[in-house]
Design a protein around this ligand. Structure first.
Ligand SMILES: [Zn+2]
Length: 77
């Protein structure tokens, strides 16, 4: 992986990111995910192995911890 599909530049850097995903109304967070991130536009890319593992985390694995997230609905007035 060395070219950004989104903006076409070749400034991808290997780093670790935190991913959030909503699944069935629950927010799932995976920390320290190895990723290639585009320096220009911020687009993230993952290799095949990482993508497979992420699916496991998102759909099958038992989480390390569960945190509660307060949600407010903004009301006018
Ligand atoms: Zn880009």
């Amino acid at each position: 992986m060395n070219k950004c599909v989104k903006c076409g530049c070749e400034k991808l850097i290997k780093t670790k990111v935190t991913l959030e995903k909503w699944i069935n109304g629950k927010l799932i967070v995976v920390e320290n995910v190895p990723a290639w991130v585009c320096k220009e536009c911020g687009e993230k890319y993952f290799d095949a192995e990482t993508t497979l593992k992420l699916d496991e985390y998102f759909y099958e694995s038992v989480p390390e911890k569960i945190i509660e997230v307060p949600v407010f609905e903004y009301k006018e007035g």
